[in-house]
Each structure stands twice: as C-alpha cells, then as structure tokens.
Design a protein around this ligand. Structure first.
Ligand code: NDP
Length: 272
C-alpha cells in the first residue's frame, strides 16, 4: 500500500499522521519531535487546540526538513467569514512560525452561521496567494460540500470527519469518492469502544497486531487518511506500524458491520 495519497490539486498527502487535539501546549513540541523522529510526516493541528506555538517549536527542533512535513491547521468557528478567516490564517501562520501551511481546513460548517461559503472563498484566496498549498474542510455533510463546490467551482482536497468502526460513514465516503475528495478520519480509534469487539479481537489475534493497529489498518484499507493521537512514544510508534500486514476482505467486512451510527462528537448539522 502506498503511504501517500495524491490530492485533487496534485499535492501529495501522507496517509497516516498524528493529531494534536488535547495535547497540552507545553507537551506539544515534544510530541511533534517524537512523532517526526518515529517517522510521521503529517501533523494535524487546529487553532482551537491552543498548541500551534508548540507545533512550531517542534518543527524547529527536528532534523526532518520542512518540505518533507505536511502541516495542517484549521479555522475555528468564531473566525468564519472572508476577512476574519484571512486574518485567522495569518495568525496561525505566525503562531506556528512557518511561511506556508500545507493544508488549511474549515473546522466545522456551522450551518446556522451560514458563512462557510465566504470562509471557503477566503481559503481559495489564501491558496492563490501561496500562504496555503491545499485547502479542505472538516465535518462537512453532503449539502455543505455541494454548496461550496456549486458556488465556487473549487473542490476541497479532503474532508476530515468523525469515522471509526461505530460510525463508518459509508454514504459520505462514497460521495467523497465520486467528487475526488480524500476522506480523513478523526477519532479513528473511536475512544477505544471497539477494541473488545469480536471482529477486532479476531483480526488482532490472526495478524499478531493490537486492536488499535487493526482499526487503523481498516481505515487505510477503506482508502482513508487517518490521524490517531497518542501522547506516548510507544503509542506513536505502534500507530505507525501498519504497513507490514493486511486485513482480509472478510475481516474488513466484519469490522465495517460494527457500524452503529454512533458519534462521539457533536452533530455537524447543529454544532457552532
Ligand atoms: P483517537 O481515536 O486517536 O484516540 C486517542 C486516544 O486513544 C487517546 O486516549 C490515546 O491515549 C489512545 N490511544 C492512542 N493510540 C493507542 C493505542 N495504540 N492503543 C491504545 N490506546 C491508544 O482520538 P482523537 O479524538 O484524539 O482523534 C485524533 C485526532 O483527530 C485529534 O488529535 C485531532 O487532530 C483530530 N480531531 C479532529 C476533529 C475535528 O473536528 N476535525 C475532532 C476530534 C479530533 P494515549 O495518548 O495514552 O496513547
């Protein structure tokens, strides 16, 4: 399996990264440095995580060249709108201390605010100015995707959505495939709720891997990019060690059948 995906704008995305949600600011530089040393090349940050400065410190303390690292951050809900988003992006660039972002996402559509189209236009403009290489969205549902594409003609490179064995998102994944959008899974381990499921346990026993590795491999074989979080060096290394085994089609189907349409996070139609 190729460890990279080609985005619809021609950029290359490492399939596997690590996330920085709930990583304390004073631990973030260490986690970033350890993650890069372990072999990760995709880092998923967000302004609301409050640790962009730590992310930047970690980037400056690694030997890995900047152009080998794919850095994502996100525009928080209270910065939606054209001018406000452009300022928010500049603030993120300054906090991280980089010349450009590899990817910038709209964190939530916030349909009640009804500003995600102008927010998307701001991302398009940031891309043409070279401040951001790729632009995408997060937590967008079908109507939000159709609307930004219809109104701007620009298709997001990826949609980062809640996805794990208890929320398999089959319809949205199929829509992404039709539109050429990469599905990126957040909370991919689903807070451990499926670690004990017989389908996961059986695949773990057969492959000699941990339940977390089985679930992350399931994401990769679905075709998704995936961004687990671990603050432990051992967890970071374990979550990266996914390329020397494969799930069988039956194992894939058995894990997909755990779907319960169960979110751990908010409903994107209502949040923000
Ligand atoms: P994950 O599904 O990655 O789970 C993280 C939890 O699992 C932590 O408690 C971690 O503990 C534990 N864990 C990690 N690896 C292992 C392992 N190998 N074995 C056992 N336990 C393990 O959840 P997150 O919610 O953090 O999601 C990942 C990332 O997705 C976030 O960091 C963020 O970047 C992104 N995200 C995006 C959202 C959005 O709206 N766009 C919303 C939420 C998340 P420990 O640290 O002790 O290893």
């Amino acid at each position: 399996m190729q460890p990279h995906l080609v985005l619809n704008d021609g950029q290359s995305l490492p399939r596997l990264g690590f996330g920085l949600w709930q990583v304390p600011q004073d631990e973030t530089a260490r986690v970033v440095r350890e993650g890069l040393a372990a072999g990760y090349r995709l880092i998923d940050g967000a302004a609301i995580y409050g640790n962009e400065a730590g992310l930047g410190d970690g980037l400056r303390r690694t030997d890995v060249p900047r152009d080998r690292i794919f850095v994502t951050t996100k525009i928080w809900n209270d910065r939606q709108g054209y001018d406000s988003t452009k300022r928010a992006a500049e603030e993120s660039l300054a906090r991280i201390g980089v010349e450009h972002l590899d990817c910038l996402l709209i964190h939530w559509p916030c349909p009640d605010q009804d500003r995600y189209v102008e927010t998307w236009r701001a991302l398009v403009s940031l891309r043409s100015e070279g401040r951001v290489k790729s632009i995408g969205v997060s937590n967008f549902m079908a109507p939000h995707l159709h609307r930004i594409i219809d109104e701007t003609g620009v298709v997001p490179v990826l949609n980062q959505i809640e996805l794990h064995p208890r929320l398999v998102q089959a319809e949205l994944r199929a829509l992404h495939a039709r539109l050429g959008i990469v599905t990126q899974s957040w909370t991919p381990l689903g807070q451990g709720r499926s670690f004990d499921a017989p389908a996961v346990q059986a695949a773990a026993r057969r492959s000699g891997k941990s339940p977390a590795q089985v679930i992350l491999r399931w994401h990769l074989q679905l075709g998704c990019s995936v961004i687990p979080r671990s603050t432990r060096a051992q967890g970071l290394a374990e979550n990266l060690d996914l390329f020397d085994f494969a799930l069988t089609p039956d194992e894939m189907d058995a894990i997909t059948a755990l779907d319960a349409d169960e979110r751990t996070g908010p409903d994107p139609l209502r949040f923000g």
